[in-house]
Each structure stands twice: as structure tokens, then as C-alpha cells.
Ligand binder design. Structure first.
Ligand code: ADP
Ligand code: MG
Length: 333
């Protein structure tokens, strides 16, 4: 919890959470760092994936599960209002790496683009019931979970209408938190992939989350973008979920041969210190190849460096959690 305070804070917190989206003009703080180009979304339709023979937990209704407190489940939102920084890639590969370590993992696709769903070989265009129905029609999330490399709560294209539909509803910011209460006790890690905006879907992820991991692309680092994200998070902390904060920043698409990438890491570490994970995710085409096959990079190229990078990140995150849980336990002893 203490680490979130390292992030620069805005002045007075405002009482209402104002969604900020990708269209907000940004000025990079460092001259050397430029804004990213528009990232075109993959237009391919992935081939159907083989279902990996992993023993997924049977999802059971657990009405007795507390909504947010008192369980050891880590609910992590992967967020950055920029597109193309590896949110989806990190959600999937980190999730599968945690699964390999024996943890019970649920992936939640909260992005109307459905890239996480696609990257497990499912087509969001033909999916009938998805996170849209969970959030808006309040159907049990267990009914839309698919068992793939990890359990996956799927997105469909109608999720694009969720923000509008939710905006008129009472408890609009808590829809995901409420939905997860049913299955929370069945998982050790719930990883939520969010859209490239700080709108209502991302805010739902922040409200449900115990922590936020922010992937940042080394090439097009925007410190201002990170400050905006933290400002939104600060408002969520103030009004809706006091425990949530940035628990780590993952440097992605790192290319150690370029001065630019190395400088980006230096700037990140100068500004955010220990919040920056030591594991760097290097730039490689493997991460783009795997989803075309409907699989994680850990399944696509299990012994490759790309898979190993996410295993290393998973170990680093688990170690940080264990240290944090140990500190909590000592505090309550
Ligand atoms: P986001 O979810 O933040 O929009 P994605 O995870 O979809 O980002 O990644 C954007 C694109 O970059 C995808 O085509 C993905 O395959 C590719 N990509 C992700 N991580 C890397 C990496 N480390 N090196 C090279 N390409 C990557
Ligand atoms: Mg994405």
C-alpha cells in the first residue's frame, strides 16, 4: 500500500470520477520521448485454439464470499489508457505463467475490442453472452467463463455499449466487483484486461481490484499518461475503493540495443523507483505470433525467452505478494 504514495499526486481530489480517455491531448515530459503512433488492431481472426489440458477449478457460486475484503484473492487490473502498450499480452502471459506455477487464475476481458478473448482462439463477434451481460444484465459471471489456458471471462462486441448502459445504472462503478464476488473464492489471481481509456469499464476494474499493474512501452513512454492514470486511481481510492493503488509498472517492448529504450527505463526508475519491476519484457515478434495461433507465448514457444520473461515477471509478482502478505500477518499478530 505504501508504494502507491510514491506516485505523483494531483492537487485536491475531486468528488466525482471524471473518465479520461485516449483522446486527451498529452505532452511528453521528456523531449527524447515521443507519443506513440496509432496502433492498428490485428484484423486477423485467430484459428481456434486447442484447449490446454489444465485442471481449471470448477466455478461455483459462493454467495457467502465477501465482496472485497477478507480473502487472499488478488484482483489485479492491467491498465494504461494508451493502446498498444501490451496490456492484453501481459494479462494473458502473466496469467498463464501464474497458472503454470499452480495458482488458480481467472482472466477477465473488459475491453470491447476483445483481443484477450481472441488471443485464446475465441471470436468476440459471435459470442452471445459476455461480460456485457454480466455487467449490464447481472447474469452470473460463472455462466460466461470459458476454460482455456486459464479460465477466461469473455468479451463480445456489444461490450462497447456497456459504458453507456452502465452510466444510467445505480452502482455503475461496482458492477464488476459485485460480479466477481460469486467466483472470487475459487481463484488466487484474477487479472482484468482493460480498454485503452480511463472510462467506466476501467473504473469498474479499479473498484474491483486489490492492485493495478501498469504496462508501459519503453519506446513511447509518457510520464504524463502515468500521472493521469494515478489521478483517476486517487479518485477511486477516495470515493470507492480505499485499498487500490499501483502495485507495479512493467516495462514492455524493451530493446536493450537502443539508447532510447535504456533511457526510458532510467526515466521510469528515477520517477517511480521500486514500483518498476526488475523484469523487462523484451521486444520480440513472438508476442504477436502467439495470439494468431490462439495461444499464449508460454504454450506457443514454451522454452523461448519470451515465455521465460513472463515466468520471471510472475515470480517477481508472487514474491512481492508474499512479502506483503507476510508483513500484513506480522502486523495483525
Ligand atoms: P494493449 O492491450 O495495451 O493495446 P497489446 O497487448 O494488444 O497491447 O499489444 C499491442 C501489440 O504489440 C500486439 O500486436 C502485440 O502482439 C504486440 N506486443 C506486445 N508485447 C510485445 C513485445 N514485448 N514485443 C513486441 N511486440 C509486442
Ligand atoms: Mg488490449
Amino acid at each position: 500500500m505504501g508504494l502507491i504514495r510514491l506516485l505523483p499526486r494531483s492537487g485536491a481530489a475531486q468528488p466525482v470520477v471524471e473518465p479520461v480517455n485516449d483522446a486527451t491531448p498529452e505532452m511528453p515530459l521528456e523531449e527524447a520521448l515521443v507519443e506513440p503512433p496509432v496502433v492498428s488492431e490485428p484484423t486477423h481472426e485467430p484459428e481456434p485454439a486447442e484447449v490446454m489440458p489444465v485442471a481449471s477449478p470448477a466455478v461455483q457460486r459462493d454467495d457467502a464470499a465477501p465482496a472485497t475484503q477478507g480473502t487472499a484473492t488478488h484482483v489485479i487490473a492491467l491498465a494504461n489508457q494508451k493502446g498498444g502498450v501490451a496490456k492484453t499480452t501481459t494479462t494473458l502471459n502473466l496469467g498463464v505463467a501464474l497458472r503454470e506455477m499452480g495458482y488458480r487464475v481467472l482472466l477477465v476481458d473488459l475491453d470491447p475490442q476483445g483481443n484477450l478473448t481472441m488471443s485464446q482462439g475465441l471470436n468476440p463477434d459471435v459470442i452471445e453472452r459476455s461480460m456485457f451481460d454480466v455487467l449490464v444484465h447481472r447474469i452470473p459471471i460463472s455462466e460466461i467463463i470459458e476454460q482455456r489456458e486459464a479460465d477466461l471471462a469473455v468479451a463480445s462486441i456489444d461490450l462497447a455499449g456497456a459504458e453507456l448502459a452502465l452510466s444510467a445504472m445505480i452502482g455503475r462503478e461496482r458492477a464488476l466487483e459485485k460480479a466477481l464476488a460469486e467466483v472470487r473464492a475459487s481463484y488466487d489471481y484474477v487479472l482484468v484486461d482493460t480498454p485503452p481509456s480511463l472510462g467506466l469499464l476501467t473504473i469498474n476494474a479499479f473498484v474491483a481490484a486489490t492492485g493495478v499493474i501498469v504496462p508501459v512501452q519503453c519506446e513511447y513512454l509518457s510520464l504524463r499518461g502515468l500521472v493521469q492514470l494515478e489521478n483517476t486511481l486517487a479518485m477511486v481510492r477516495e470515493n470507492l475503493n480505499p485499498q487500490v493503488g499501483v502495485e507495479g509498472i512493467v516495462a514492455t517492448m524493451f530493446d536493450g540495443r537502443t539508447l532510447h529504450s535504456r533511457e526510458a527505463i532510467e526515466i521510469l526508475e528515477e520517477n517511480f523507483g521500486e514500483l518498476v519491476y526488475r523484469t523487462r519484457i523484451r521486444k520480440t515478434v513472438r508476442y504477436a505470433e502467439a495470439p494468431v495461433k490462439g495461444s499464449s507465448v508460454l504454450k506457443y514457444d514454451p522454452s523461448g525467452a519470451a515465455a521465460e520473461a513472463y515466468r520471471e515477471l510472475a515470480r517477481e509478482i508472487v514474491a512481492a505478494k508474499e512479502a506483503e502478505d507476510g508483513a500484513q500477518a506480522r502486523k495483525h499478530a
